[in-house]
Design a protein around this ligand. Structure first.
Ligand SMILES: Cc1cc2nc3c(=O)[nH]c(=O)nc-3n(C[C@H](O)[C@H](O)[C@H](O)COP(=O)(O)OP(=O)(O)OC[C@H]3O[C@@H](n4cnc5c(N)ncnc54)[C@H](O)[C@@H]3O)c2cc1C
Length: 139
């Protein structure tokens, strides 16, 4: 959450999210995949981190997107970030090696029983400041 994992792309996206409240859809997918499968952190914690910082944070879209990456919706088909994909779609901004990432064969379906997860209270809605532009100038 401080952007100090040593995985250059991941740390950069963390800082970008904290500073701007935004990440491109691909970066969200890669971030969630690395969080879950490479760093082996709980997906709920990652979803909570996104939800607190995304200007477009949305309980349904965010939660279900994290669950999709984890393979909990499309069971047996997790979304796995690869070095090649990140290098291609970041236009070589991040050149990583395949062994920077987890070798994923299965999603998290075995860790979660069938049925709905417990319902937790949502945080209060934080409306974006219309007087302040989100900026990517520092990247
Ligand atoms: C892990 C993860 C968490 C996410 N959390 C949120 C969230 O909290 N709130 C949220 O609104 N979206 C979320 N998304 C979906 C998506 O990343 C954003 O909707 C999109 O990046 C918004 O960018 P944009 O407004 O520039 O739209 P563009 O990329 O220009 O797309 C145009 C419109 O299409 C819709 N859209 C694009 N990609 C998606 C997608 N994958 N799923 C659903 N709608 C999409 C958006 O409504 C957007 O307004 C998440 C995706 C992932 C992988």
């Amino acid at each position: 959450m401080a952007g100090k994992t040593g995985i250059a792309c991941f740390d950069s996206w963390t800082v970008e999210l904290l500073k701007t409240g935004y990440l491109h859809n691909h970066a969200r997918m890669w971030f969630a995949s690395i969080w879950i499968f490479t760093l082996r952190l709980p997906w709920r914690l990652g979803a909570d981190f996104f939800f607190r910082h995304l200007l477009d944070g949305d309980a349904a879209s965010n939660t279900l997107s994290w669950r999709w990456v984890a393979g909990l919706h499309t069971r047996g088909r997790p979304y796995v970030a690869t070095a090649k994909n990140i290098a291609t779609f970041s236009v070589q901004r991040f050149n990583l090696k395949d062994n920077d990432f987890a070798n994923v064969a299965h999603g998290l379906e075995a860790t979660e029983p069938d049925g709905l997860p417990p319902v937790l209270p949502l945080r209060a809605v934080n409306y974006p400041l219309t007087t302040r532009r989100a900026s990517c100038n520092n990247f």
